[in-house]
Design a protein. Structure first.
Length: 209
């Protein structure tokens, strides 16, 4: 039980960490990358991209050109761009927002809710709820939030992430973002494999919320 819970906690922490890496970097993020790389084998190579004396400004420029703008984005971080023929705020975006609303989450953002960082953080939330249910011994909620993880991955994040990360690897000017994209791919594939083992039958009587 403790080993299983520790594994799920690592999944949650990794989702949260990856989410933070897709925002504009600052000194706090750089330190977190170094710290995480020392404790999580998956992210060792990412930590190696942070040599002593790294110019933070270079990462900020790369991040801006890839994900922020104001000019043409080299790797648009929005799901609808890949799922709906380069459109932003399309039907898939609306569906993502509905997912958040069903969980009673107030997403205070200025841009589209299908941003890579926000979808990764939402997956963190779903795994966190599974952790809570496990600690409470609530088997219905464990299954419920496992189901939601699988459904959200398969209907949204996993559908567009490979094309997104390919754009990042193609256009990034720093090794940090090329490595981040590759590790995000690896992590999501591992999570898809995990989710395939979940029993997606609807738990009763709680059901889908």
């Amino acid at each position: 039980m403790e080993e299983t819970l520790a594994h799920v906690c690592r999944r949650a922490d990794s989702y949260k960490f990856l989410s933070e890496c897709y925002y504009l970097p600052d000194e706090e993020l750089i330190q977190k990358v170094v710290d995480v790389a020392q404790t999580d084998q998956l992210f060792v190579e990412l930590g190696n991209c942070i040599p002593s004396g790294l110019e933070l400004e270079l990462l900020k420029i790369d991040c801006t050109q890839l994900f922020v703008g104001p000019f043409k984005l080299l790797a648009p971080p929005y799901g609808s761009v890949y799922l709906e023929d380069n459109r932003i705020m399309a039907e898939s975006t609306i569906d993502v927002r509905k997912w958040y609303e069903k969980e009673a989450l107030n997403v205070l953002i200025s841009g589209p809710p299908d941003h890579i960082a926000i979808e990764l953080e939402f997956m963190y939330y779903l795994v966190f709820r599974q952790i809570q249910a496990t600690k409470e011994g609530n088997s219905q909620d464990i299954q419920l939030y496992q189901n939601k993880q699988k459904l959200f991955l398969c209907s949204h994040l996993a559908r567009w992430l490979p094309e997104f990360t390919e754009n990042v690897k193609k256009h990034a000017q720093t090794e940090f973002y090329r490595k981040l994209a590759g590790l995000t791919d690896i992590f999501l594939q591992k999570n898809l494999d995990v989710c395939q083992l979940f029993d997606t039958r609807q738990p009763s009587p709680v059901g889908e919320r």
